[in-house]
Design a protein around this ligand. Structure first.
Ligand SMILES: Nc1ncnc2c1ncn2[C@@H]1O[C@H](COP(=O)(O)OP(=O)(O)OP(=O)(O)O)[C@@H](O)[C@H]1O
Length: 255
């Protein structure tokens, strides 16, 4: 479980995060949404330790990240998986080598052991027969699968994804969303995703945290979001006519 308490972060005079409280549970996919500039990236970067809070705490199963010793920090880094926008694969390395990279970095496993684990995660993300391909030979959706396989190869407790659907067509985006959610559930991972994608909100939003001007303005599930009359959420989520219609139909049906 990740617990964020009263998180503040700014840069010089600019206050970006202004006292955020949030809890993220194992086995659940949590989404961070909000307008451009609301602080989603700064929030995610704070969770993965790239930003140090000015005030407040972030704890990982009771361990506050700013109080880690070097050894604890090293251990914690190995418990984290990350999927970046655009996949961030090594272009000149094969799928197999990309996925094996964290194992080479962090473990003393033999090549055979590493390969066994790599093949396991390759199968899990449905990428069979792609071991020796280069990223350029794969579609965007397949590249995301490689990025997910690399993120879970170390069996992480926590998974962070920054816009995992960027650049994907809507159908592939849903497949990738569902894969992340299945893996989260199957391996009891605490997953936090930054997203702009309203389809993701509707499909996999087990917990949605809505940020506005660096504050948590609303929190709920994808079902709650249809029913809420929180003005900020309604203004943001239902700025699209399509979603407005979906919401109206949902509310009519559940009356
Ligand atoms: N390193 C930094 N130095 C100064 N200001 C920063 C820094 N990082 C972010 N900011 C500011 O913090 C605010 C929030 O940025 P952030 O990237 O978190 O927004 P976001 O919600 O992720 O936006 P988007 O949806 O467009 O990615 C912005 O005003 C941005 O300019």
């Amino acid at each position: 479980m990740i617990e964020v308490k009263n998180l503040h972060k700014g840069f010089g005079d600019v206050k970006v995060l202004k006292g955020i409280d949030a809890t993220f549970h194992p086995g659940k996919t949590s989404l961070i949404i909000g307008q451009s500039g609301s602080g989603k990236t700064v929030f995610l970067k704070s969770l993965i330790g790239l930003h140090t809070p000015e005030d407040g705490t972030i704890s990982f199963d009771g361990r506050i990240n700013t109080q880690f010793t070097d050894k604890q920090k090293q251990q914690w880094r190995q418990e984290i998986g990350m999927v970046f926008q655009g996949s961030a694969l090594f272009d000149s390395q094969t799928v197999e080598d990309n996925i094996m990279f964290p194992l080479k970095m962090f473990t003393n496993q033999s090549y055979e052991e590493m390969l066994e684990r790599v093949n396991f995660v390759i199968n899990r993300v449905n990428l069979k027969n792609s071991n020796l391909k280069l990223p350029a030979e794969l579609s965007g959706g397949m590249q995301k699968r490689v990025a997910i396989a690399r993120a879970i190869v170390m069996n992480p407790k926590y998974l962070f994804c920054d816009e995992p659907n960027s650049g994907l067509d809507p159908r592939t985006a849903i497949v990738i969303d569902n894969l992340i959610q299945e893996i989260t559930d199957e391996y009891n991972i605490t997953t936090v995703i930054n997203t702009h994608d309203m389809n993701s909100v509707m499909e996999i939003g087990e917990k949605i945290v809505f940020l506005k001007d660096g504050r948590k303005a609303w929190e709920g599930t994808s079902n709650d979001i249809f029913k809420t009359d929180n003005e900020a959420v309604v203004g943001f989520v239902y700025s699209s006519n399509l979603f407005k219609k979906v919401r109206e139909a949902y509310l009519k049906e559940t009356k």
